[in-house]
Write a protein that binds this ligand. Structure first.
Ligand code: DX5
Ligand code: ZN
Length: 216
């Protein structure tokens, strides 16, 4: 089975978003990863619902929404209305995570929980069976183009072991600083989904780069 690849639109050319989404449509990209920021949970603001609705109208690829915002449950209806397949919420932003996960599922989306680099995977023991995916941040969230944090490879292996031990179904996704070299090691450790922003969009041939990531 090939690795699932979710290019992050954060690295696209926002003046030519349609062109870049059409490139992703032609490509073998499995999903499109959307980074939604509030300037509070992370020190940056990206794009919001008007942009997401527009781009949904020009792609059939499943949308993987990564919410870097506090109280993400407040926007569950809006995210569902974009047709997103996955709604990723940060563990660090949800004191009532179990409730949030149920709210996501109730709206027909697949619940995923994201961990910042400092958050140990052991904190997911109780919620793991309820999740469709765990997203491990391999950079501090907020910006594209940062350097990969090495400890993530070990976190992937620990999470994989936990998933197998509990006979859980969650996919393992990794986001930040992914390229062919880090991607190779992440997949070897058990990652199922790779998010890649700058590596895809700054490469000479993004479609070929996506193909190479899928072949890892
Ligand atoms: C960072 C975002 C990432 C980002 C990845 O906060 O969650 O999805 O776009 O960008 P690269 O692949 O450039 O590290
Ligand atoms: Zn992301």
């Amino acid at each position: 089975m090939s690795t699932i690849v979710a290019p992050s639109l954060l690295a696209a050319d926002f003046l030519h978003l349609e062109r870049d989404v059409e490139m992703l449509n032609r490509s073998e990209a499995d999903w499109i990863h959307l980074d939604i920021m509030d300037g509070v949970f992370v020190p940056n603001i990206s794009f919001g619902f008007p942009v997401i609705h527009q781009l949904k109208s020009i792609t059939q690829k499943p949308l993987d929404a990564h919410l870097m915002i506090i109280s993400p449950e407040k926007f569950a209806d809006e995210i569902a209305a974009t047709g997103a397949a996955y709604m990723n919420v940060h563990y660090e932003a949800c004191p009532h995570l179990h409730r949030v996960v149920q709210e996501i599922r109730k709206r027909g989306m697949k619940p995923a929980v994201t961990l910042n680099p400092h958050t140990p995977v052991s904190l997911l023991e109780e919620i793991l069976p309820d999740l469709e995916m765990v997203l491990l941040m391999s950079v501090n969230p907020g910006f594209g183009g940062q350097r990969f944090i090495e400890g993530t490879v070990r976190k992937v292996a620990l999470l994989k072991e936990m998933i197998l031990r509990r006979n859980a179904q969650a996919l393992i996704e990794v986001d930040g600083g992914v390229n062919l070299e880090t991607g190779r090691r992440l997949v070897d450790a058990g990652a199922d989904v790779l998010v890649a922003g700058s590596f895809v969009f700054s490469s000479e041939d993004p479609e070929e780069t996506i193909r190479q990531l899928r072949a890892l």
